[in-house]
Design a protein around this ligand. Structure first.
Ligand code: CMP
Length: 142
């Protein structure tokens, strides 16, 4: 089915990924560059709140601008995750040498990109980052 997913180009990889997104056949329906506040980063990653790396992750995500993208395509969620490759770039280099993380990620924390894990997460995070997006005009409410 035709879907939308939220993609985040993380602070360590700003500038390197836009051409890749277009080459992957995604339509970018909304895009904005922003520095996440701690509150936003904590909310964004609330599913990882209990993980030992949570504070490091929030620090990293707030340290500079991220590029937030709504990507639209048939099977966008899965296609974007396939393009990113595994979370850990060491694994990505073994399993998916052409993936974005294999090519650009520094380590398991600074792994250059994020993508929603399913459609519900995509809707939640798109709402968190862009507010209500008007399906007709694509304009957000923020
Ligand atoms: P992401 O796909 O955005 O989802 C959660 C993020 O937490 C992940 O990418 C990494 O940036 C980070 N992460 C996941 N596992 C670890 C780990 N073991 N140590 C440090 N950071 C991690």
């Amino acid at each position: 089915p035709h879907e939308e997913t939220l993609a985040v180009i993380k602070p360590d990889a700003m500038g390197e990924h836009k051409a890749e997104v277009e080459a992957g056949g995604f339509t970018v329906t909304q895009m904005k560059e922003m520095v996440l506040s701690r509150e936003m980063a904590e909310q964004f990653y609330k599913e990882h709140q209990s993980k030992p790396f949570f504070n490091q992750l929030v620090d990293f995500m707030c340290r500079g601008p991220c590029l937030m993208l709504i990507l639209s395509k048939v099977n966008a969620v899965e296609e974007w995750r396939a393009m990113m490759g595994p979370t850990d770039p060491a694994e990505a280099r073994n399993m998916a040498a052409n993936s974005l993380r294999a090519r650009f990620a520094k380590d398991i924390l600074q792994n250059s990109v994020h993508g929603s894990s399913d459609c519900q997460h995509a809707r939640d995070k798109i709402h968190l980052i862009f507010g209500e997006v008007d399906p007709e005009t694509g304009a957000d409410s923020q």
